[in-house]
Design a protein around this ligand. Structure first.
Ligand code: PAF
Length: 280
């Protein structure tokens, strides 16, 4: 497995693979890898990547000043061992200075899907994500890119970026990977105390119960939202948002029809903000 630190070397590596007739899959991450990320590596191969490049880069411009950029967990040795164990072909792990040698004045900005949901409390986040992912695409030159459904809004925003800016890349959105008790895997789960960890079970449980209610004929999504909000609060969580939206356009939906609806939520347990979602 090659470990590559510069954009120029990354591009040369990818061009060489392409000359050999191979397709390249990219799995962009911020490291602190868990089974969710490892499932994205598998998905890249399933969706036709001959070579898989995992990028590991904690992207400063997607964190607001009050967020956890400095304390975000970093363990390159562990991450690269996990990648090697999955037969990843290359890890691209550039230093911040390589990605941002000068203050950024040119951003990639999606202007619709990136406005609601998480953007209400993280208004600059998605510009940071689209900008860094565009830069990672230009470094890795992938044919296939894999992102997780757990970050559903991010996935939709990036799909839109690829569509609107004509990146010749096939986007794959892989299913959420959960702990045995239902909590969606996330690098931030490690911040939770034992009690908070137990309390977070309300997230996946209330989403599942909501799906059951809708399957049973409930069409009033405002009731569904209210019941999830109550359950999270009763479990000691602080709701950031619970919303029902069109699963593709992310526009609010209040009545369930035959079109897919996503229930998306974010909540704090202690200082840890977790997100989860389900598509009905
Ligand atoms: O989902 C993440 O880990 C990050 O937002 C991403 C896509 C790697 C961009 O920094």
């Amino acid at each position: 497995m090659d470990v590559i630190r510069t954009i120029r070397e990354m591009q040369a590596w990818s061009k060489e693979r392409k000359r050999e007739g191979k397709t390249i899959g990219i799995v962009p991450t911020m490291g602190c890898l868990h089974e969710g990320h490892l499932s994205l590596i598998d998905a890249a191969r399933v969706h036709g990547a001959d070579c898989v490049v995992v990028t590991i880069f904690v992207n400063p411009i997607q964190f607001a000043p009050n967020e956890d950029f400095v304390s975000y967990p970093r363990d390159f040795e562990r991450d690269s061992a996990l990648c090697a164990g999955k037969n990843v072909d290359a890890v691209f792990a550039p230093p911040v200075q390589e990605m941002y040698p000068a203050p950024v004045t040119c951003f990639v900005s999606e202007r619709k899907l990136s406005k609601g949901l998480c953007a209400k409390t993280r208004p600059t986040h998605f510009d940071g994500v689209t900008t860094v992912v565009a830069k990672l695409f230009n470094a890795v030159l992938p044919d296939v890119a894999v992102f997780g459904q757990k970050d559903a809004q991010q996935a939709r925003v990036l799909q839109r970026m690829v569509r609107d800016l004509n990146f010749p890349i096939r986007m794959v959105i892989a299913p959420i990977v959960r702990e045995a008790d239902g909590l969606a895997k996330s690098s931030r789960n490690r911040y939770l105390s034992e009690t908070e960890r137990r309390n977070t079970l309300v997230l996946s449980r209330s989403l599942k119960e909501a799906a059951g209610l809708v399957a049973g004929g409930e069409t009033d999504l405002r009731k569904i939202v209210a019941s999830i909000q109550e359950k999270i609060a009763a479990a000691g969580g602080k709701v950031d948002y619970v919303e029902t939206v069109d699963a593709e356009e992310l526009e609010p939906v209040e009545v369930k029809s035959d079109k897919p609806v996503m229930i998306a939520l974010a909540a704090y347990f202690g200082n840890t903000r977790l997100i989860d979602n389900i598509i009905l």
